[in-house]
Design a protein around this ligand. Structure first.
Ligand code: RIB
Length: 304
């Protein structure tokens, strides 16, 4: 097994809107798609489509979305032995995508909130065989912290993407991760520092290195990606220029692809470049996982 994703799954209910309704108002939207999503599942599927062997530790509910979520992960080659059913609704995410392709997302965690440290212990024998653990924040912080400790205690590198932004996240408890991958607003929330300019972002990321972090990789949307690590100059890669149709799940595409190439090559810079291109490609298509390329399609896009 290459990668363990300990995290969320959702059913995405995506409305393509011309504008948000005002309070008490009903507006018509031109299009709608339902698809599988959730930040954890999205990364698992992206990495698996690129060829990684991925194990998912997650919880679904006891409703009509649960079967489809497990089926979808399996269809994409993700190992679902540790996706368990629980007495709750499955996670759902009503999403609104506007004419400029920007999204607003409501997340109802449902069963995801019940993913617990005991679920990690239950999957321990298989997580131990992985070369990277991917974490994000649509599950309880207690479980995130337990997963970080598990990785550290078993010598497995941990990648944490602190999304969605969570004010309760405690730096002290996450600073041992090997790869910390926030966007600008998550970086600002955790450090309490401004992130308006590139220099601001470098300062804020630098503060995390001073606090003991090993690799801080900031995804900056149209400004590209920035990597800081102790002992070398910052590395910045420009964003891929594309015609965006739907940016939903682009961050997850980045992480899934980054994790895949990191595990395959051990080369952070190369993994960043591939992930940047993969995320760029994803925003040219509608939907979340529906916009993630397979390995062949991606290599074809890159001309490799
Ligand atoms: O990052 C995009 C994801 O955020 C969507 O798939 C939605 O489910 C929410 O988790």
């Amino acid at each position: 097994m290459d990668i363990a994703v300990i995290g969320s799954n959702m059913v995405d209910l995506i409305s393509y809107i011309t504008r948000m309704p005002n309070e008490g108002e009903t507006v018509e939207a031109p299009d709608f798609r339902m698809g599988c999503g959730g930040k954890g599942a999205n990364r698992a599927v992206a990495a698996a489509r690129l060829g990684s062997r991925v194990l998912m530790v997650s919880r679904v509910g006891n409703d009509m979305f649960a079967d489809r979520t497990i089926e979808n992960l399996a269809e994409n080659g993700v190992d679902t032995r540790y996706v368990s059913r629980t007495e709750a609704t499955s996670g759902v995410a009503p999403i609104f995508v506007d004419k400029e392709s920007h999204n607003s997302i409501i997340v109802v965690k449902g069963a995801n909130a019940k993913l617990s440290p005991a679920d990690i212990e239950n999957a321990a024998a298989d997580i131990e065989k992985c070369q990277l653990i991917i974490l994000q924040l649509e599950i309880s912080l207690e479980t995130v912290y337990a997963a970080i400790d598990f990785g550290r205690d078993h010598g497995i590198p941990v990648l944490l993407n602190p999304a969605p932004a969570e004010p309760e996240l405690v730096l002290e408890k996450v600073k041992s991760v090997d790869y910390f991958v926030p966007n600008e607003s998550e970086l600002s929330m955790l450090t309490g520092m401004p992130v308006d300019t590139l220099a601001d972002i470098e300062n804020a990321a630098g503060a995390l290195l001073d606090a003991g972090m090993k690799n801080v990789i900031v995804t900056m949307g149209e400004r590209g990606v920035l990597w800081l690590a102790p002992g070398h100059e910052p590395v910045r890669i420009d964003a891929t220029k594309v015609e965006a149709r739907d940016t939903t799940g682009a961050g997850d595409a980045f992480i899934g692809c980054f994790a895949h190439y990191l595990v395959q090559t051990g080369d952070v810079r190369a993994a960043m470049k591939y992930a940047n291109a993969y995320a760029g490609l994803s925003v040219t298509a509608l939907g979340t996982q529906t916009s993630y390329a397979t390995k062949d399609a991606f290599l074809n896009y890159l001309g490799e």
